[in-house]
Design a binder for this molecule. Sequence first.
Ligand code: LMR
Length: 445
Amino acid sequence: MHGGNADRRLHALLRHLEGANPTDSGDRSVSFAPTSGYSGASVFDHVVRAPEDPILGVTVAYNKDPSPVKLNLGVGAYRTEEGKPLVLNVVRKAEQILVNDRSRVKEYLPITGLSEFNKLSAKLILGAESPAIQENRVTTVQCLSGTGSLRVGAEFLAQHYHQHTIYIPQPTWGNHPKIFNLAGLSVKTYRYYDPATRGLNFQGLLEDLGSAPTGAIVLLHACAHNPTGVDPTPDQWENIRRLMRSKALLPFFDSAYQGFASGNLDADAQPIRMFVKDGGECLVAQSYAKNMGLYGERVGALSIVCRNADVASRVESQLKLVIRPMFSNPPIHGASIVATILKDRNMFREWTIELKAMADRIIHMRKLLFDALRSRGTPGDWSHIVKQIGMFTYTGLDSKQVAFMTKEYHIYMTSDGRISMAGLSSRTVPHLADAIHAAVTQATV
Ligand code: LMR
């Protein structure tokens, strides 16, 4: 049974090992304990340490700080007045319903995700009466929150759209250029923020989009622009729409804060609805991280509004080819929570009330911080704190001042001077105001 060939191969292997290991004692019980083959340099020795992420890395630094007064205003994540993360009541209720439902299973979702969730998400962002939905010319796929939706959309555009240049606002969320670059698009910027007025550089925006090549993709923040908190007015949006449509620029909306800016879901979706109403095409990335507090569930959607139903269904077939090798199919739990809330009239209402309370608390924090700086006589015009909208205030503090506030006051924020208003409470506003006052009057770090 035991062939001589097999024996010969075994002996050859043993001889080879012997040769490879000069300290071998000759004991043929063949031990594969560490031999000289493993003692050399790592095959990854050339790998250099990467810098921490400019936003999520702030939390890493914050976690290491033992100070009892430390304050994390880096990442955009909502906190209560007590400084704690918030799970919405309506989310807890939905989870209870899901747990109690014994008919629910944990099977794979289709590549495009939970179909009920997709339909409800499209309605939420485009409006229940949207003709585009009624005409079946919207395809919606469930993705991994806003980031995943942007990435899937970008990969699709890189493969199937004739223009590979995307214009992103200057400044924008730090992850945007990386997402689009990695997908193979070429990233250019358009002027957006004017440091002098701490408002919109509308003229610059129109000029830059006006000189963009025909058909270029344009990333637009649907509301609550991150990091500046500066949004165009409805009239300005209308001008942007006209200009973009006249040059066949393709809008790609990032909607990470629907309901979080004004406290009203429909109002915050208006810019997108304006573009859909004119019959043109666009892409929309939606996230439920902030407005439902589902940060870690990674639940979001990509909708592509097409010219007609036939195009939409072909586009969807190609989106499946993008998703399958990327993450196969999306996770079921977060999408089920969202669908449970969106399809039930009472739970939906309850959600809007909790959402408005979060938005209102942030607006209140703006007022408290503004008043605190005024009462300290802090040099400068701080009215932008109350004028800006959404989760963030773009303070105008520079990286030196930010470093000073972190060192002296244990306040953590991104180095561009952005602070997450959602991380503040009435208790911590005075500490922040003291820090800003000191940074503006004496920062020398
Ligand atoms: C932020 O800008 O803080 C959030 O969008 C969280 C993130 O992933 O960066």
